[in-house]
Design a binder for this molecule. Structure first.
Ligand code: PMP
Ligand code: GLU
Length: 398
């Protein structure tokens, strides 16, 4: 069978592929130190699970409006208003099957062949792939460890051409954990308004902000900025709800109307039961979010301390999310692990580390950052400890 040209060019998601590789080893009975997926290890809080059970028992097991039930779209607007002071109407909300799906629908609604989409690197693996699916061209803007992996307004401005349609901004960022300063964000917002560029602001890690960093939603920089902003967020990270597949978009009505049409043809609606669970997540007590943040914060401290003990590794301290993104290129060309393997790039480094020390990380190559690897610390301290012991053993090149 001949596959479409678009799909032939499509690589699998590197994060999901890395997790699958680790699972394959585990299925052979090998103990794997698994730090691939950005997925909270916590089970979804009880009151949210209960709401899903009640929804099933109440018969909410049918199709819903394609953009999501009104109750959820209202809950999203209320939560956003509460947290940012910015008002959206339910007609400006589309609920999708996870934030990844929201992003896909945004780029499909806005972009096509001939358009350019600015993406600061390192970027989350799916950004470039989803843009390419629309036929548009990703324009990658390199950022450096020294700048904390934050794109400056001057870099943004320099990347704009008359074909630029969109900037995809992820704050805090996967994979680097970079959290923009409010001044830095505002200067990007000013460029977007002056140059008339739409900004997709992926704020899925907005509740995972650590000491010393701050967060402000992109649409909160003024009405003129809000008019150019499309917010993407969801339940996966803050409420440990990755499997429920609920993400959403807040945007000007012309965009949400187009996305609603698209979704009505494509998936009809997100899972009805998950939508009721999401209402409970947003309207219910928020202590669970704070408790998980405390745990993530302790794990981050631990990870930073362990990384500081390993010679030849550098990183920009993550201000948010649950990833450590560190440079391992000083280990290229040296014998590593029990087999003394020599590698010269991050992908081969990850393969050797998995095969010989059973530690699973994701290569920075997938995020547009050669020489780096990503470790997800959304897992318990004991697992992190065992993983770091194994990593240290592998790197002990003496
Ligand atoms: N954006 C970023 C930056 C992410 O890391 C993820 C992780 N999956 C998503 C969007 C999508 O989240 P989900 O589809 O699980 O809602
Ligand atoms: N976003 C998470 C990650 O980067 C989950 C996997 C995915 O959706 O790609 O690991």
């Amino acid at each position: 069978m001949r596959l479409s040209a678009t799909v032939q060019k499509l690589a699998p998601s590197a994060t999901i592929a890395a997790a699958a590789k680790a699972k394959e080893l585990k299925s052979k009975g090998i103990k794997v130190h698994e730090f691939t997926l950005g997925e909270p290890d916590f089970i979804t809080p009880e009151h949210i699970r209960e709401a899903a059970k009640s929804a099933m028992d109440a018969g909410h097991t049918h199709y819903t409006p394609s953009a999501g039930i009104l109750e959820l779209r209202k809950a999203i607007c209320d939560a956003y208003q509460r947290e940012t002071g910015v008002t959206y109407q339910p007609s400006q909300v589309v609920v999708s099957n996870g934030a990844k799906h929201s992003i896909h629908n945004v780029v499909t609604a806005l972009c096509g062949p001939g358009d350019e989409v600015i993406i600061p690197a390192p970027y989350w693996v799916s950004y470039s792939a989803l843009v390419e699916l629309t036929g548009a061209t990703p324009v990658i803007v390199e950022t450096s460890e020294e700048s904390g992996f934050r794109m400056s307004a001057a870099q943004f401005e320099a990347a704009i051409t008359d074909r630029t349609k969109l900037l995809m901004l992820n704050n805090p960022c996967n994979p680097t954990g970079a959290a923009y300063t409010l001044a830095g964000l505002e200067s990007l917002a000013r460029v977007a308004v002056e140059r008339d560029i739409v900004v997709l602001s992926d704020e899925i890690y907005d509740k995972l902000i650590y000491d010393g960093s701050e967060f402000k939603s992109f649409a909160a920089f003024g009405e003129d900025v809000k008019a150019k902003t499309i917010i993407v967020n969801g339940c996966s990270k803050a409420y440990a709800m990755t499997g429920w597949r609920i993400g959403w978009t807040l945007a000007p009505t012309e965009v949400t109307k187009a996305m609603d049409n698209l979704q009505s043809q494509q998936t009809s609606n997100p899972c009805s039961i998950s939508q009721y669970a999401a209402v409970a997540a947003l309207n219910g007590p928020q202590d669970c979010v704070a408790e998980m943040l405390v745990a993530f914060s302790q794990r981050r401290e631990y990870v930073l301390q362990r990384l500081a003990e390993i010679p030849g590794i550098s990183l920009a301290t993550p201000g948010g999310a649950f990833y450590a993104f560190f440079n391992v290129s000083s280990y290229f060309g040296k014998p590593l692990g029990p087999a003394g393997k020599i590698v010269d790039n991050a992908s081969d480094f990850c393969t050797a580390l998995l095969e010989d020390a059973h530690v699973a990380l994701v290569t920075g190559d997938a995020f547009g950052a050669p020489g780096y690897v990503r470790l997800s610390f959304a897992t318990d301290i004991n697992s992190l400890k065992a993983g770091f012991d194994a990593l240290q053993g592998f790197l002990d090149t003496k």
